[in-house]
Design a binder for this molecule. Structure first.
Ligand code: SF4
Length: 953
């Protein structure tokens, strides 16, 4: 075959090089799971003489199919990082001094057991146990239940809880790792605020498939980075206005009657009747029949019938008279009224979003064309929930994928819900070509588990009766006392954040230091860099960690236990350090009980196993937790005779722990002989089976189970049999979110549990059962002339949280972050490329170096997250660019909103879910005239000064 150059002249094809391209680099290869980001790809680790030499992707692995990214390949430098902690440490100097003495594990575990044992015997809520971006929440949560404290959560409150909660309350699933576009059939993909570090290899592979098929990719993000670079269209929306943009798209589709009415009637609560009886205790609730069934009006007979009736032909508009004479209206009508209102028209939102009305109209038109002019029809028979057989699967090939960019605003929950409404209007959830959920999702809408921790749930020496995290559907589920005072230290599930499905980790330290709502005794954290990049208002957090009670001289947070593998900025502020291993030295379980690695065609889970033995006196945190559980006598970890339940540590727990009959951390190769999937007795050889299979198990769903999972009988029966679905009850997607209305009714004084007066206006305003856009709080609070610009962070594709920026290879890509801004805006402000500028918010100011670019919303400046480091931390040279030229935008973000009447201060969070509103930051940018180069503020360099001891294992 003749090949041509771009210029067109003929050129001989290149001969295959006669050189070996795959020389073995080691003498042994072991397969495990990457932990350099949350995608959890399969990796092959090459070893030579027992040392890690090279990491490549595992071609057999369902997540990455052999692809490795820069982070994954650089895992070797994470494993060899000089910042690795080497032994348990006990603080000997003041907090923050970094003065520790090395102790043995027996002593460390003895100290921890003493501290924690006292709390458990007297008042378990005095322990606050919070974990960062670890991947073992089903174990840590179980441990916290056994301990009996209500104060447990992971990092979701400052990550993307609004995204997760909006999805779970709307369709029983979510974006991010819980769902994915139908990569094989999507023709039009829209991505909102997706971070390239979090959504990495699986998305890259999928985007490649879309590109190969010529599908259109639209990226909505104030910044054209990462995936924006390969998008066919970049929509540079102004931060915090995504809801206006989505509302306008809905407006357009409704105006043009380009919606999938049949889908809405079959699978959503569009036809449900909403009681219109202002002032009454059930105003705005769904009308129900005698058996509690949600009612619709039958168009053929005029009768009020249950929404689960087969072949529904409901009335969708107009007034309907209920049996008691009151009026009700279909959800569909309320939704149409909301979105057809003039304020949702493209022309009305164009200026505010920064997106021309014509562009909004065109995108709506392209979506409608892809969905309705080019449906995907699969020759795949299936049976619906009613038992009706369909000979084909028909889908709308418009897919969406979204992440923190739309979630981390004070209006994030409602914006995410609005995006789901758009998907439903297009018939584009779980149909061929659209967004698909990954088993074990979908769940009940919302999942039926309720948070525990009410008065009476928390007792000395007693496990909590259930999990700390769950899904409230009525004010009765809240964790508040009779006066409305929060029962959790982070105020999750209180009137401050009623639907806080992931807790509010970002408020724990501030609340604990103030003793609001009560003081705690011990803060126990894992992998959470709370004195630096995982907190808003870092100087305040450092103050809270070191603040002492004037009368007792004791720290306001008396004891802090911290586990991490590295010398992060948090280490000097803890009292007892339990050093963790690197991910290549440990057992881990990526479980279906937690955040699994499934794809839409089937559930998957995985393990990590020690590839090499630690060369330091460190232990895997999960092993330590299990050991501590036994030392504390927690029932889940202790036999009736007082002996250890899991003497083999974490691998023993992974193999033998049963959360319910036959249900354990891993779903594959269960049963004595290893032949069962999902449910079955523990299999003593289960881990060997995982290792032999490359560290993972992937169960392929039958073809007829793969779409419409919320209404697909074959899928639902299977999911129910495996415990993924609590029941065979129909899953009806919720355009109208009735639980929110119950909170509004409470704000009007109805029900047993009503909010304090200070919270009522807020509940009424933001708990709208139909999605609504409102201006983010910070934007409303500050003077737009004083702080005219938005400032947000993006995540570099090559780094993940703060882990990557200590990595010797990855640092060579980005060792100092810049403040990126639009050229035109910089000209206006007399700022040139490479200038140093002051970025000022209502909270404070930081100094940074500017880089100019074109692909950014002109009203927005941005930087890479978590590159800036505190001097001395992470074993970096004190003059490292990360500390001298890098900066952290977090210093500018307030964790609290201004004081209200009566002195109350709400957290700077979404009022529904408590999600930290990181991306609402408003700033002013000014040239730092006549000042020397270098970032500011500079904190005192951190030290780690360790008195060495004879450590024993
Ligand atoms: S995408 Fe994430 S999990 Fe996959 S190889 Fe890269 S760092 Fe590892």
């Amino acid at each position: 075959m003749q090949k041509t150059t771009i210029a067109g002249e003929a050129r001989a094809p290149l001969a295959e090089p006669d050189i070996p391209l795959s020389l073995p680099v080691g003498d042994e290869v072991k397969t495990t799971t990457c932990y350099m980001c949350a995608c959890r790809c399969g990796i092959r680790v090459h070893l030579k003489d027992g040392r890690v030499r090279y990491i490549e992707g595992n071609r057999d692995h369902p997540v990455n199919r052999g692809v490795i990214c820069g982070k994954g390949a650089a895992g070797i430098m994470q494993h060899n990082a000089p910042s690795r902690l080497r032994a348990p440490l006990l603080r000997v100097g003041p907090r923050g001094s970094g003065e520790f003495k090395e102790i043995g594990w027996e002593e460390a575990l003895g100290i921890a057991t003493g501290w924690l044992g006292r709390i458990r015997a007297t008042d378990p809520k005095k322990l606050a146990f919070f974990t960062g971006r670890d991947q073992s929440q089903s174990l840590t949560g179980w441990w916290a239940i056994q301990f009996g404290t209500p104060n447990f959560a992971a990092h979701g409150g400052f990550c993307s809880v609004s995204m997760a909660a909006a999805g779970l309350y709307t369709f029983g699933g979510s974006f991010w790792e819980f769902g994915e576009p139908d990569w094989d059939h999507t023709k039009y993909l829209v991505m909102f605020g997706v971070a390239e570090d979090h959504a990495s290899n699986p998305i890259k592979i999928g985007l490649g498939r879309l590109k190969a098929r010529g599908a259109k990719i639209v990226v909505v993000n104030p910044v054209r980075t990462g995936y924006g670079a390969i998008a066919d269209e970049w929509v540079g929306v102004r931060p915090g206005t995504d809801g206006l943009l989505v509302g306008a798209l809905i407006h357009e589709l409704l105006s043009r009657q380009k919606i999938d009415l049949d889908y809405l009637v079959r699978y959503t609560n569009a036809a449900a009747l909403v009681i219109d009886s202002p002032g009454s205790a059930d105003h705005g609730l769904l009308a129900r029949g005698e058996a509690g069934e949600v009612l619709v009006k039958d168009r053929r007979t005029g009768a009020l019938i249950g929404i689960d009736t087969p072949d529904l032909a409901p009335v969708l508009q107009g007034e309907v008279r209920l049996a008691d004479g009151r009026i009700a209206r279909p959800v569909f009508e309320l939704m149409v009224r909301r979105f057809l209102a003039p304020e949702n028209a493209p022309d009305a939102v164009a200026a505010r979003t920064g997106i021309p009305a014509e562009q909004i109209r065109r995108i709506a038109s392209e979506m409608a064309s892809a969905a309705f002019d080019h449906p995907v029809v699969l020759d795949q028979p299936w049976t619906d929930w009613h038992g009706k057989r369909h000979d084909k699967m028909v889908g709308r090939p418009v897919a969406f994928h979204a992440m923190r960019g739309i979630s981390a605003h004070a209006n994030g929950f409602q914006t995410c819900r609005m995006l789901h409404i758009l998907q439903m209007l297009l018939g584009a959830i779980e149909t061929p070509g659209s967004f698909r959920v990954k088993p074990p999702y979908p769940k009940s809408i919302p999942p039926r588990v309720k948070p525990r921790g009410k008065v009476g749930d928390v007792k000395p020496g007693t496990p909590l009766p259930g999990p700390q995290l769950g899904f409230v559907t009525t004010p009765d589920d809240l964790l508040v006392d009779d006066d409305g005072i929060p029962l959790r230290i982070d105020k999750a599930y209180s009137w401050d954040a009623p639907i806080a499905a992931h807790g509010l980790m970002h408020m724990v330290i501030a609340n604990a230091a103030k003793g609001d709502p009560y003081p705690i005794d011990t803060l126990f954290m894992y992998m959470a860099n709370m004195s630096w990049n995982s907190s808003m208002n870092v100087p305040a957090v450092i103050g809270q960690l070191t603040e002492k009670d004037e009368t007792t001289g004791e720290y306001k947070i008396p004891r802090i236990i911290y586990s991490d593998a590295y010398f992060s900025e948090m280490v000097p502020y803890a009292d007892l350090i339990l050093p963790d291993t690197t991910y290549l030295e440990r057992w881990d379980c990526i479980s279906l009980l937690d955040r699994p690695i499934s794809d839409a065609d089937g559930p998957a889970d995985a393990i990590r196993h020690p590839i090499v033995e630690p060369d330091r006196n460190v232990r895997g945190f999960q092993d330590v937790l299990i050991d501590l559980g036994w030392r504390l006598g927690l029932p889940g970890f202790t036999q009736a005779d007082g002996s250890r339940k899991f003497p083999g540590g974490y691998p023993d727990y992974i193999t033998n722990h049963e959360r319910g009959p036959g249900v354990g951390p891993l779903a594959g190769w269960r049963g004595k002989d290893g032949e069962a999937y999902g449910k079955g007795e523990p299999n003593p050889n289960q881990l060997e089976r995982y290792i032999a299979n490359g560290g993972f198990n992937h169960h392929e769903l039958a073809h007829e189970q793969r779409y419409m999972k919320f209404a697909n009988r074959a899928y639902m029966e299977w999911a129910h049999s495996k415990g993924f679905l609590e029941s065979m009850d129909r899953l009806v997607m919720q355009i109208y979110c009735e639980p929110l209305q119950r909170f509004r009714l409470a704000a009007d004084g109805h029900g047993n549990v009503v909010p304090p007066e200070t919270h009522r206006e807020r509940i009424r305003a933001y708990f709208d059962p139909l999605p609504v856009w409102y201006e983010p709080f910070e934007e409303r609070m500050v003077d737009p002339h004083q702080f005219p610009m938005h400032a947000i962070t993006q995540r570099p594709m090559h780094m993940y949280h703060s882990w990557g920026s200590q990595n010797a290879w990855l640092r060579q890509i980005t060792a100092a972050n810049r403040l990126y801004m639009a050229r035109a805006k910089a000209r206006e402000l007399n700022i040139a490329d490479d200038d140093w500028v002051w970025i000022t918010s209502h909270q404070g100011r930081v100094k940074a170096q500017v880089k100019l670019m074109d692909g950014v919303n002109p009203e927005t400046a941005w930087t890479w997250n978590a590159i800036g480091k505190r001097a001395g931390a992470w074993a970096l040279d004190r003059r490292a660019p990360e500390a001298t030229r890098g900066f952290l935008l977090n210093h500018l973000i307030g964790e609290l909103l201004p004081e209200r009447e009566g002195g109350y201060r709400f957290s700077n969070s979404d009022p529904v879910t408590g999600q930290a509103a990181w991306y609402d930051l408003r700033v002013r940018i000014e040239k730092a005239e006549g000042e020397p180069p270098g970032s500011s503020p500079r904190f005192e360099p951190l030290h780690l000064s360790v008195e060495r001891a004879e450590a024993s294992r």
